[in-house]
Design a protein around this ligand. Structure first.
Ligand code: NAG
Length: 94
């Protein structure tokens, strides 16, 4: 159960980070399309800079960033652990 919650938590963190990146991307896309209004362009760049500076980044107490790559690396660690446990139990049996 705790594992499922952890996966959901990591996916939620990743989704929030992704939406932060989407906002920056959207600002630049709008900037490219709205060419005639200088003030709007300026404001779009300001929002993009602001979003870049304040985009959400989740970290585990500052040790590492929490995103989808966290999921794969923790899965790798889990698999390594299970393989070592299997090897131990095999060597104890023989
Ligand atoms: C995910 O987190 C790792 C560190 O845990 C970091 O190196 C990487 O840049 C992050 N990926 C994204 C897309 O932010």
């Amino acid at each position: 159960m705790a594992h499922i919650l952890l996966v959901v938590l990591i996916m939620s963190c990743d989704a929030a980070e992704k939406s932060g990146r989407e906002l920056i991307k959207t600002c630049y896309l709008l900037y490219e399309r709205v060419t005639d209004d200088g003030l709007v362009n300026e404001k779009l760049l300001e929002v993009a800079d602001y979003a870049k500076e304040w985009r959400p980044i989740f970290s585990a107490a500052g040790f590492y960033d929490v995103n989808q790559s966290t999921l794969t690396s923790s899965l790798q660690a889990l698999i390594t652990y299970v393989v070592i446990l299997i090897q131990f139990s095999l060597s104890l049996k023989s």
